[in-house]
Design a protein around this ligand. Structure first.
Ligand code: PEP
Ligand code: MN
Length: 338
């Protein structure tokens, strides 16, 4: 349930409502909007008398939230969630561009790519140091060495870093280096990891699982939110269908649907969504037109030599061209890529 306070409610009215709810054994999450405060009632407690709550000073009305996700829902927080990453506000009018290789492969590779994507207009550098690979025999990433190279790339370019964390025990280490923690598609229901990332209070890029319903994806976000971490970006990276010509099927529907259901920013990953570099630009441009708040795109200076996902990686020159095209589309839909 949520308790919607009147626009003119006083702090003491809000405090009284919070005490009443907590006394009944629930947890409270506050959503402080420009106009009014919404008090979210979370958890299992004794039945609350809705009429009584509605008679309290400053309360406008109580609304049951029937969706399984509460804190992630627009009912609880009508306004878009925005937060800064580096010099950028995520979730605002401006679309944020993350780019870089699938994996950090060497110091020179990540430094070269970082400078190239910055030059092309990226705002955030991506690169996996811990890689979730389908085969145990495939390149597993450079681990902490890779994180160090990413930090050096940030120092040289000023680009904040997004990189994947795969297990709860690694969260403190990855937080030391990363500006954004990526939770990969394979880990979206790793609840211990969601818990640890929620506690970390670090910004999160939460990929959709390859077979996740949008509701399950939002429930994963709910885990992170329930630990007080509100800086979450949801990332559509394609889902598994019967189609074989592409690696995944890009569910562009997720962009407007998530926008309607949730206040959290939505990012598109056209690289994993298509799996072939030839299709990345089309999916990327469609994402901008559909209202994505950002994109994460794999770029490699020599895709043919890449240790992972070379087939779907753009060369820096193509990425630069794509940025120019996306800028025009962004303007047409009243957004901006700076
Ligand atoms: C990646 O970003 O390189 C990655 C492994 O993505 P996903 O978890 O979406 O497969
Ligand atoms: Mn990849």
């Amino acid at each position: 349930m949520i308790v919607i306070m009147k626009a003119q409610a006083q702090m003491r009215d809000i405090s009284a409502v919070i005490s009443r709810i907590e006394d009944a054994g629930y947890k409270v999450h506050l959503s402080e909007g420009d106009e009014r405060t919404i008090v979210g009632v979370i958890g299992d407690g004794r039945p609350l008398d809705r009429d009584q709550l509605e008679r309290m000073p400053g309360v406008e009305r109580c609304v049951p939230v029937l969706k399984p996700f509460k804190l992630a829902s627009r009912d609880f927080k009508p306004n878009d969630t925005t937060f800064p990453i580096g010099n950028h506000m995520v979730g605002n009018k401006e679309i944020v561009l993350m780019a870089g290789p699938c994996s950090v492969e060497s110091r020179s590779q990540i430094l070269e790519t970082a400078h190239a994507v910055k030059e092309a207009g990226a705002h955030i550098l991506r690169g996996g140091a811990f890689k979730p690979r389908s085969s145990p025999y495939a390149f597993q990433g450079l681990g902490e060495e890779g994180l160090k190279y990413l930090a050096e790339a940030r120092e040289q370019t000023g680009l904040p870093i997004v990189t994947e964390v795969m297990e709860p025990a690694m969260v403190p280490l990855v937080c030391e280096y990363a500006d954004i923690l990526q939770i990969g598609a394979r880990n979206i229901q790793n609840y211990a990891l969601l818990h640890a990332v929620g506690e970390s209070q670090h910004p999160v890029l939460l990929k959709r699982g390859m077979s996740s319903l949008m509701e399950e994806w939002l429930m994963s976000a709910e885990y992170i939110l329930s630990h007080g971490n509100t800086r979450i970006m949801l990332c559509e990276r394609g889902i598994r269908t019967f189609e074989k010509y592409t690696r995944n099927t890009f569910d562009i529907n997720a962009i407007p649907v998530i926008k309607q259901l949730s206040h959290l920013p939505i990012i598109a990953d056209p690289s994993h969504a298509t799996g072939k570099w030839e299709y990345v630009a089309a999916a990327a441009k469609a994402s901008v037109a559909a209202g994505a708040d950002g994109l994460i795109i794999e770029v490699h200076p020599r895709p043919e030599e890449a240790l992972s996902d070379g087939v779907q990686s753009l060369k820096p020159k193509r990425f630069a061209q794509l940025v120019v095209e996306m800028k025009a589309i962004a303007e047409a839909v009243n957004r901006k890529i700076s």
